[in-house]
Design a protein around this ligand. Structure first.
Ligand code: PLP
Length: 428
C-alpha cells in the first residue's frame, strides 16, 4: 500500500503545527515513517487520503467502541447542532446523561462533565486534596492520567524518594507532591504510605492499565489498594478514562467489584466528541463549587453536541449489555489466533488481554508493570507495525499502546488480521 499523499500532507502540517500533530503519539516517532492522514471512517475501517482502507485497532485511542460513525451518535449530533452548538447555560440533556451514567456506574451519586480525560483526572486530584486537606498523591509508573503537571512524573525515581519532573515546565515544587509506585506492587505502596503518614490525599490508578500496553491488575492488587486507602484516610481514584463503559457497563469497579472513591471518565463517555467526567458519592462531589470550596469550571463543559454524542453512546451500551461479552469473545479469538501464528514462527512474545483490550509485547517474560513493559524489543515492534500497515492494518504506532477491539469488527476482519500477522512475523 502507498501512503504518498499522507506524506505530502504531513510535510505541509509540519510547517504550521509542531511536529505536524496536535498530540505527540500520532507522529510516528517510535516507529519511523510519517503518519497517515484520515479522510473518513466507518465501522471497523479507516479510509485515508491515498484511498487505502485500513482495519482500525486504535479507534481514536478508545472512544469508538461500537465502530466509527456509529449511526445513533451521528444522528444525535446532527439533530442537536441544528438547535445551537453552545450556550454556557444548563440544558436538560446534561441531567439525562448524568442520570444514565450514575445508574450504570456503581458507587457514584453525582458526576461532573469536563472536556477531556486530562481535565477529569486533574480535577479529581484537586477535589481529593480539598476534601482530605492533604497535598500528596501516589501514582504508578507507566500509568497515564493525562498531561497535567502532577501526572508527568518520570518512571524510575527511587521508590520512597520524591518524583522528578520528566517534562520541562513541570516545577520541582509540583513534582515533590507526586509519589511514584510500581504497578502491581502493594508492598511498595504500603511503604510510601508509611513514609508519608497523614500526608497522602489520594492514590490514582488505572485499575486495568492501558498506557504501557494492557496490564491487568494482579489478583488482590486493587483490593489491597482499597484496604490501604480505607485504613489511612486516603481517597482511591480509579482513572477509568480508558476502561469506563468499556470493560463493563460499570467499568472496573463493576468488573472486579471494588469500590473507588472518585472515578474519572473520558473516551467512550463522549462517543468520539471531547468529553471527560469525574464522579463520586455526594459527600465528596458536594465539595465542588458552587456547593463547596473546590473550584472547577469550563466554558464548554456539558456542551450539547458532546452530551448528545455521549448520551447516544451510553444508551446503546446500556440497552445491549451483551456487547461486552461479544467484545471479550472477539478479543479472545484474536489473542488465540495471534498466539498460534507467532508460536509457529518462533517469535518471542507475550500477549496481555482483558475484555476488549489487548497488547502484544515482544518479550517472553510476563508484562506486569512499567519495567517489564519496557523490556519489549522495539526493533521487532517497528517491523511488526510497518508490516501490518502494508497489509492494511492500523495498530498504534508505539509498543506501549493497547489495541481496542470494537463491536464493528467481524470475524473475517479478525481472520484477515491473524493471516497478516502470520505473514509479517515470518519476516522478523
Ligand atoms: C487517554 C487517557 C487519559 C487522558 O485523556 P485525554 O482525553 O487524552 O486528556 C487519562 N487517563 C487515561 C487512563 C487515559 O487512557
Amino acid at each position: 500500500m502507498l501512503y504518498k499523499r499522507s506524506s505530502q500532507l504531513f510535510a505541509e502540517a509540519e510547517k504550521v503545527i509542531p511536529g505536524g500533530v496536535n498530540s505527540p503519539v500520532r507522529a510516528f516517532k517510535a516507529v519511523g515513517g510519517t503518519p497517515i492522514f484520515v479522510k473518513s471512517a466507518k465501522g471497523a475501517y479507516l479510509y485515508d487520503e491515498d484511498g487505502n482502507r485500513l482495519i482500525d485497532y486504535i479507534n481514536s485511542w478508545g472512544p469508538m467502541i461500537l465502530g466509527h460513525a456509529f449511526e445513533p451518535v451521528v444522528q444525535a449530533v446532527i439533530e442537536k447542532a441544528k438547535l445551537g452548538t453552545s450556550f454556557g447555560m444548563p440544558t436538560e440533556l446534561e441531567t439525562q446523561i448524568a442520570a444514565l451514567a450514575v445508574a450504570m456506574v456503581p458507587n457514584i451519586d453525582k458526576i461532573r462533565f469536563v472536556n477531556s480525560g486530562t481535565e477529569a483526572c486533574m480535577s479529581a486530584v484537586r477535589l481529593a486534596r480539598g476534601f482530605t486537606k492533604r497535598d500528596k498523591i501516589i501514582k504508578f509508573a507507566g500509568c497515564y492520567h493525562g498531561h497535567s503537571d502532577s501526572f508527568l512524573i518520570q518512571a524510575g525515581s527511587g521508590a520512597i524518594t520524591f518524583g522528578s519532573p520528566n517534562s520541562p515546565g513541570v516545577t520541582a515544587g509540583t513534582a515533590k507532591d507526586t509519589l511514584l509506585a510500581r504497578y502491581n506492587d502493594l508492598e511498595n505502596v504500603a511503604a510510601l504510605i508509611e513514609a508519608n503518614k497523614n500526608e497522602i490525599a489520594a492514590i490514582i490508578v488505572e485499575p486495568v492499565a492501558g498506557n504501557m500496553g494492557c496490564i491487568p491488575p494482579n489478583k488482590g492488587f486493587l483490593q489491597g489498594l482499597r484496604q490501604l486507602c480505607t485504613d489511612n484516610g486516603i481517597l482511591l481514584i480509579f482513572d477509568e478514562v480508558m476502561t469506563g463503559f468499556r470493560l463493563a457497563a460499570g467499568g472496573v469497579q463493576e468488573l472486579f467489584n471494588i469500590p473507588a472513591d472518585i472515578v474519572c471518565f473520558g473516551k467512550v463517555i463522549g462517543g468520539g466528541l471531547p468529553v471527560g467526567a469525574f464522579a463520586a458519592r455526594a459527600e465528596i462531589m458536594n465539595y465542588l463549587a458552587p456547593l463547596g470550596p473546590v473550584y472547577q469550571a469550563g466554558t464548554l463543559s456539558g456542551n450539547p453536541l458532546a452530551m448528545a454524542a455521549g448520551l447516544a453512546m451510553l444508551q446503546a451500551l446500556d440497552t445491549d449489555r451483551a456487547i461486552f461479552q461479544r467484545l471479550e469473545e472477539k478479543t479472545a479469538y484474536l489473542a488465540a489466533g495471534i498466539d498460534k501464528v507467532l508460536k509457529a514462527n518462533n517469535v518471542t512474545f507475550t500477549i496481555n488481554s482483558i475484555g476488549s483490550m489487548i497488547s502484544v509485547h515482544f518479550d517472553a517474560a510476563p508484562v506486569v508493570d512499567f519495567k517489564t513493559a519496557a523490556n519489549g524489543d522495539n526493533e521487532t515492534f517497528k517491523k511488526f507495525f510497518h508490516g501490518l500497515l502494508q497489509e492494511g492494518i492500523y495498530i498504534a504506532p508505539s509498543a506501549y499502546e493497547t489495541w481496542f477491539i470494537t463491536d464493528a469488527l467481524t470475524y473475517e476482519d479478525l481472520d484477515f488480521t491473524i493471516r497478516a500477522i502470520d505473514k509479517v512475523s515470518k519476516t522478523f
